[in-house]
Design a protein around this ligand. Sequence first.
Ligand code: CU
Length: 674
Amino acid sequence: MHAMAPRLAPSLLLLLSIFITLSSPTSCHPLDPLTPSEFIHVKNIVQKSYPSQNLSFHYVGLDEPEKSTVLSWQSKPTKTPPPLPRRALVVLRLKMKTLELIVDISTRSIVSKTEFDNKHGYPLLNNEEQSVAAELPFKYKPFIQSIKKRGLNMSEVVCSTFSVGWFGEAKTKRTIKINCFYKKDSVNLYVRPVEGITVAVDLDELKIVEYIDRFVAPVPKAEGTEYRASNQKPPFGPRLNGAPVMSGDEGFKLDGNTVRWANWIFHLGFDVRTGVIISQASIYDLEMHEYRRVLYRGFVSELFVPYMDPTEEWYYKTFFDCGEFGFGQSTVSLKPLTDCPANAQFMDAYYAAQDGTPVKKSNAYCIFERHAGNILWRHTELTIPDIVITEVRAEVTLVVRTVSTIGNYDYIIDWEFKPSGSIKMEVGLTGVLEIEAVNYTQIDQIEEEVFGTLVADNSIAVNHDHFLTYHLDLDVDGETNSFVKNNFVTKQATGHNTPRKSYWNIVSETAKTELDARIRLCLKPADLVVVNPIKKTKAGNPFGYRLIPGAVAGPLLLEDDYPQIRGAFTKYNVWVTPYNKSEKWAGGRHVDQSRGEDTLDAWSSRNRKIENKDIVLWYTIGFHHNPCQEDFPMMPTLSGGFELRPTNFFERSPVLKVRTIPSKHHSPNCTAKN
Ligand SMILES: [Cu+2]
C-alpha cells in the first residue's frame, strides 16, 4: 500500500535552506500550511531538545490557531495585522514510545509534550520506514527459499507494506506486513501477487518477527496486464480528442494560498495526513454587498478500506489510508494536460520526512476552471403569443484537484465551487485492484467460497469497501448554526374537497444533541440543512446550506468486528458534532492498530448539545466494490460525491444576473446536418 516518495536531494536541500534563511518568507495567513523554512525550524527545535537521540518524525503539521483567534485576527481594522504565532504539531517515535509536541515556531520553543503508551494505536507510518521494511525479506533466508521454491527470479520480486490492523490483542508491537509481487514482463505488479506468504516486520526494531509460507499459488500471467501506452499493441481503443486548449485568463486569482474566483474566495492548505484542506470559503452576495461565510474548514478526514477475505493472508487488510498511510503523504505529482486541463495552475506541497526535513511534492494540486458544457440555468418561454424567449447560461465552475496514490489505488479528490453557491465534493476511484492469486481459470472450477470476482486467469479481485469521511466545519453566515432535518411526511388529504387522497409536506426537526444528528440515509426521506437560526431572509427563512447526498453505502461488517470497531465513524452517513479543534480525524489521533476508543463515534456518544452552536458536519461517501472484469487490469474511474447547496441563504438565485464572456476561440456551428 505504499510507494516510495522522491525526496529532495541533499544539495538541493542545502540550497533551499540557504535560500530560506536569506529570504525568510513569512506566512501571511494563519491557516497557511507549514513552509519549508518552518519545517526546518521545527526539525532544529526538536533535535535541539533531544540531542543525539534516534528520533523518527511521523507527523509534522500546522497546529492551527483556535477558530476564534483566526476570526478576531481577520476582523482587525488594519489591512495587514501582524501575523499570529505559528505552531506545529509534531508526532515522534522515540525509545519505543509515541511523543506529541507542540512547537512554537515564532519563539523557537516546545510548549507542550505528551507521551503515549502503546495501547491506543500508533502514529502515521512514514515512507522511509516502510521502504526499509519492504527490503527486509530480500535478505531473509526463509523468504529466499520460498521464492526459489516457486521457481521465481528474486530480481523480479518487489515488496510493499500493509498495515496490520488490530484484532483484540491486549499488547501490540508496532508491526507492518509485507506482501510481494512479481514484475517480470509487466509493470502491473499489484495484479501479480506472490501468494501464500505472510511476513511481519517490527517497525521499531526493523526486523522480521513473523514468517509463514502456507501455500503456493500460481503467479498470474503478465500477458494483458501492461498499461503503459508505449507498450500497447494494436488494435487500439477509441480515439479521443484532447480538450480544446483555452488560452489567456485562468479565470481565478491566487494570492498566497487564497483563491479568488467568480463570486468565491477560499484558502487552500495541505496536510500530510488529510491532503488538501479548504478553509474559509465565502461567497459574495450581490445584494448584501459582502462576502458571506460558508465553510470554515473542509477535508477528507479518514478513508477506510476493509477487504472482505477472512483468510490468513488477507483478513487484516482493513486499511485507514489517512491515519495510517497519510493522504497527503501519498499525494502524487499531477500531470499537466491529462490529470488537469491546459488552463490549470499547479501548486506544490511539503511534508516532513522521517528526519524532519521538508519533502517537496511538485504539482501536488491543481486549480482550474471547468467548462464542462453544462447548463447553469435555462428557460424557453413558449406561452406568450407571438414571441419565443430563450435564455441560457453556460455553467463554469472552479475545481481544486489532488490525487493520492496509496499503493495500488488512486483516489482523485475534487472540490468544485459553483457560482450558484454549491460546493461539490467528488472522489474518483481508479488504479489497480488488489488481486488474490488462485488456481482457477474459470468460475466452473470453483468449489469453495471465494471472496471476490475471477477477473482473469488465477486472479480473484477481492471484494472491499471504500468509505471516505469528510470533515465539514460549516459556518453558515457565522459560527452559530443548527442542524435541521426537514422530514418529508406523507399526509392524508382530508378536508380539501378534492379527489386527492395524499400529498407530502415538510415537518422540520432541529437536532438538539449529537445523537439526534446521527443519520443513516435512505431510511427516512429528509432534507438535511445546516442553518443559521439567528439570521433569516426577508421572508423569514433561516439562512442555510443543504446536504445533497450521493449514492449511499454503509458498513456491512458486524458492529463488534475489530475493523468495524476501529471504523465506527462509518456507522452513520451523517454526524454532527460541536466544534472542537482536536476532533479532526474521524479514526482518532493514532490510527495504526487503534482500538476504536478515539473515533467520531466515541466523541459523538457524549451526546453534546449542538443546537445554536458552532457545529461540524461529517459525511461519508461509501462504495461497496464487487469488482468486475472491466476493472482489470486498470480500473476506469468510478466516481461518487455529494454537494452542499445554499438553501434560503440568498434572497433569490445568485446566478440570475450572471454574465458570460463569449469565447473568442470557437465559432459556433449551428447548422444541423441533414
Ligand atoms: Cu475499490
